[in-house]
Design a protein around this ligand. Structure first.
Ligand code: UD1
Ligand code: CA
Length: 477
């Protein structure tokens, strides 16, 4: 017998009122990914024939995020009728009339649901030939969730929402996770019968359960042990708790892969980060986006890397970097700020109180202290003196600075772009480089120093400076 057809419906139309946010709830991030992305990935892993997402609140933003990971998803706009029941009804209406299989319904705000759990739900649903099967969990505190009401026989009878429940029903600790498998036939028959006479004046999809059992159809419930997988995110307290939980798991995963994490509590690692064995992460490190750290590198303390690549054996200390590439054995920080498109080659250095942006620094080249370097290319083996500023912006346009290989520039230089300093050139301390410096030349722009002897004695007689100067004269006499 061929496998039954499958549609997965992701509910994402709700306003997320309890979040009190201008960002739609399902776009709040967990380990770097919007909540809905976690759910879409799990939904997609079932390889459904149809993946449907129901949207309404901030629909354009949500749709953009959906199409990002699931370009083939069918997007359904929920109308004015509120409630999860209406959302599922419209999703089913959007399926082809000839679709005859099962419909798995998931909520975009239940991010820890995993593929194995969904697969097991669907297996149980199909092998029991049920009209509906729901995922449930027994929680120590079920407040806020819909409760699974069972008959004396133990069979599922119906679901009652927290707001509609009696005290006895609220004492039930088995919760509805909002994840279900239905036959499309059951949905087509019973969804139109759902009313909205309840505390929230909404069409609840949960009413399907009572309608089906009332009609004598088979409804199953699968209670899972990993109860945390079914926790929904409705407010920022739950979001932070979920972020902590997911981070703990990610940290443990990398520890088991050979990464040293000195302080798991203050180390935050996004889901799409990848790390090699023998990486060491020091306290206060946040690795975000698609950051990659190669073997033997030491990152932290107090470092945030976003979409950044760190090479083998590099050290990155007290640094903030975005879209940067740090080469093997290179050293960055402490107190460095690497802005997008910073490329530091192998054995290079970006040191203390240095800001970079759109720079390519060649092998072994160094920007060690107190500098701003932007829109610049530096060759190999060069050293940029302490306190150097690239003046790359004339107020209208950005210009490039080019520094060759084996260049030595003096302290406190300004490179006024566009300008080029040739291979092997030197610049004196305090030089303002406005013209190109030929290879091998020494550039000086400061007037020779003139000392006015006896100036202090003449102009500040009797001062501590004058007395110190007089003492110095006596000892050198
Ligand atoms: C829902 C369930 C509840 C269950 C809980 C599990 C209902 C009536 N209640 O409650 O039994 O214990 O999930 O987390 O289903 N949505 C729409 N359209 C709407 C309303 C909501 O698409 O008109 C979406 C939301 O974006 C969300 C999901 O459906 O992703 C669940 O909605 P939410 O308001 O969070 O339901 P809960 O009150 O948590
Ligand atoms: Ca919810």
């Amino acid at each position: 017998m061929p496998e039954r057809q499958l549609a997965v419906v992701v509910l994402a139309a709700g306003q997320g009122t309890r979040m009190k946010s201008s960002t739609p709830k399902v776009l709040h991030r967990l380990a770097g990914l919007p909540l809905i992305q976690h759910v879409l990935e799990t939904a997609g892993a079932l390889q459904p024939d149809h993946l449907v997402t129901v949207v309404r609140h901030e629909r354009d933003l949500v749709v953009a995020s959906v199409l990002d990971t699931a370009p083939h998803a069918l997007v359904v706009d929920q109308d004015d009728v509120p409630g999860t029941g209406r959302a599922v009804e419209q999703a089913v209406e959007a399926l082809p009339a000839e679709f005859t299989g099962d419909v798995v319904v998931v909520s975009a705000d239940v991010p820890f649901l995993d593929h194995a759990t969904l697969e097991a739900l669907l297996d149980q649903h199909r092998s029991a030939s049920a009209s509906a099967t729901l995922l449930s969990a027994v929680l120590p505190d079920a407040t806020g969730y819909g409760r699974v009401v069972r008959r004396d026989s133990g069979d599922v009878d119906r679901i009652v929402e927290h707001k509609d429940a009696t005290d006895d029903e609220r004492a039930v600790r088995e919760i509805n996770s909002g994840t279900y498998a239905f036959t499309v036939a059951a949905l087509r028959t019973h969804l139109p019968r759902i009313g909205s006479a309840n505390a929230q004046n909404e069409k609840y999809v949960t009413d399907m359960v009572g309608l089906l059992t009332g009609a004598g159809e088979v409804v199953g419930a699968r209670a899972i042990d990993e109860t945390w997988r079914l926790e929904g995110i409705n407010d920022r307290v739950q979001l932070a708790a979920a972020a902590r939980r997911l981070n703990d798991r990610i940290v443990e995963h990398w520890q088991r892969e050979g990464v040293s994490i000195v302080d798991p509590q203050t180390t935050w690692i996004d889901r799409d980060v990848s790390l090699s064995p023998d990486v060491e992460l020091l306290p206060g490190t946040q690795l975000r986006g698609a950051t990659y750290v190669a073997a033997g590198a030491v990152v932290g303390p107090d470092t945030t890397l976003v979409d950044t690549e760190v090479g083998e054996g590099a050290t990155v200390k007290r640094t903030d970097a975005t879209l940067a590439v740090i080469g093997a054995r290179a050293s960055v920080g402490p107190f460095a700020y690497l802005r997008p498109n910073t490329l530091l080659s192998a054995d290079g250095k970006i040191g203390t109180f240095v800001e970079t942006k759109n720079v390519q620094i060649g092998e072994g080249s160094k920007v060690p202290h107190l500098s701003y370097v932007g829109d610049t290319e530096v060759g190999e083996g060069s050293n940029i003196g302490a306190g150097t500023i690239t003046a790359n912006y004339d107020g209208v346009h950005k210009h490039r600075t080019e520094v060759g290989s084996h260049v030595r520039t003096g302290s406190h230089n300004v490179f006024v772009a566009p300008v080029r300093i040739g291979d092997g050139a030197y610049t004196g301390a305090g030089t303002i480089v406005r013209k190109d410096v030929p290879a091998g030349a020494l550039a000086l722009s400061i007037a020779p120093q003139r000392n006015a002897s006896g100036w202090v004695e003449a102009n500040r007689p009797g001062s501590a400076a004058a007395e110190a100067a007089a003492r110095a004269e006596r000892t050198t006499d």
